[in-house]
Structures are given as C-alpha cells and as structure tokens.
Design a protein around this ligand. Structure first.
Ligand code: PRP
Ligand code: 7HP
Length: 184
C-alpha cells in the first residue's frame, strides 16, 4: 500500500465513535426538537450516521452551503453562504454538524452568523479536528477524532470532489501532479 492509500481511521472506528457521540448528545439535550445543521457537502455522510444513532424522539435535519474562497487547500478567510436554512432557528436547540475543522475560518463565521438568529442553544459537533491548523478560534463541544496536519479524504471528505464515497478515512499525501489510485 502506498502512502497515498494509508488508512487513518477505519470504518469500524468511525461507527463506534459516532455511536459514542450520539449517546453523549442524547444525554446532554432535553426532550424536544434538536436541529442538526449540516454543512454541505462534506458532512452529508456524518450527519446521516449521527442522526440515525440518536435515540431522542425529535431530530430535525437541515442543510447549509458555505463556500470559502482561496487556493484549493486553504481558506482565504472570505466565507459566503451559498445555501441558507429553510427554517427559523430562534429559540431552538441547534447543533452544527461538520466533517472537519481545519483553519476554523468556516465555523467561526458560521457560528457567529447563526448566533445572531438567537437559538436557544448553539453547539458544534465535528467528526475530525486538526487543531494544529487553527487560525480562528472555534468553540467545539463534541469532537470525534483529533488528527494530525495531513490531508484526509473519505467518509464525505473530498479532494477535488473525489473520494467522498470511501467508508474509511485515508491520508492523501501525494496530491499535486500525482496519480490517485485510492479507488482502483
Ligand atoms: C471543508 C469542511 C469544512 C471546511 C473546514 O469544506 O467541510 O466546511 O472545509 O475548513 P476550515 O476550518 O479551514 O474553514 P470544503 O470547503 O472543502 O467544502 P466541501 O464540504 O463541499 O468539501
Ligand atoms: C478541508 C479538507 N477537506 C478534505 N480533507 C482535509 O484534510 C481538509 N481540511 N480542510
């Protein structure tokens, strides 16, 4: 197996951690609707598994689109909403669901934006966190895995829109000008 195909987190480890996160979330929130606000596209796999692992009676799933401009692998700091929520979250328990926090630019912007809409509570769950990369502080309540500063794909995460369908999380170490054989 080449460096480009190294599995960092197996599907079994992900499923186990998703169950643990769901149990914590179920224990932390009172009965009543919980809005999972999932950020497209990367979080679509995580939110699907997390939502099904929750045991509370009311889980509402909403999506937002965010784009940050700059080079392919780094945020420029300019963030814009490309798809907004369909619902008013004022007075609601809201949990932002992300696949990864890297620089923190996306989530620091989004958390500030949603806080202005006066939810009853606003927290963040992320499957992956790369704390070494942070340039904007983000207050994250639930973290699946803290990972080193390596570019990862799979379980919703892409490189140039590929690899989102992989069931595990792999390190993509050879990017520019290299053949990608992950799906071969
Ligand atoms: C990824 C990820 C986060 C963001 C994190 O999204 O899903 O939203 O980057 O990076 P940051 O902490 O440096 O802001 P991406 O822009 O790759 O879009 P995608 O989810 O559609 O792949
Ligand atoms: C965004 C992103 N997308 C895929 N893999 C990573 O390691 C990433 N960091 N930030």
């Amino acid at each position: 197996m080449s460096a480009a195909e190294r599995v960092l987190i197996t599907r079994e480890q992900i499923q186990q951690r998703v169950r643990e996160l769901a149990a914590k979330i179920d224990a932390d929130y009172p009965d009543g609707p919980l809005y999972l606000v999932s950020i497209l596209k990367g979080a679509f796999v995580f939110v699907a598994d997390l939502a099904r692992a929750l045991r509370r009676p009311s889980v509402r799933i909403e999506f937002m689109g965010i784009s940050s401009y700059g080079s392919e692998k780094t945020s420029s700091g300019q963030v814009k909403v490309t798809r907004d929520l369909d619902v008013n979250i004022e007075g609601c328990d809201v949990l932002i669901v992300e696949d990864i926090i890297d620089s923190g630019v996306t989530l620091s912007y989004l958390a500030r934006l949603l806080q202005q809409r006066r939810p009853k509570s606003l927290e963040i769950v992320t499957l992956l966190d790369k704390p070494e990369r942070r340039i904007r502080p983000v207050n994250v309540k639930y973290v699946g895995f803290r990972i080193p500063d390596e570019f990862v794909v799979g379980y919703g995460l892409d490189y140039a829109e590929d690899y989102r369908n992989l069931s595990d999380i792999r390190v993509l170490s050879q990017i520019e000008g290299e053949e990608h054989s992950l799906l071969a």
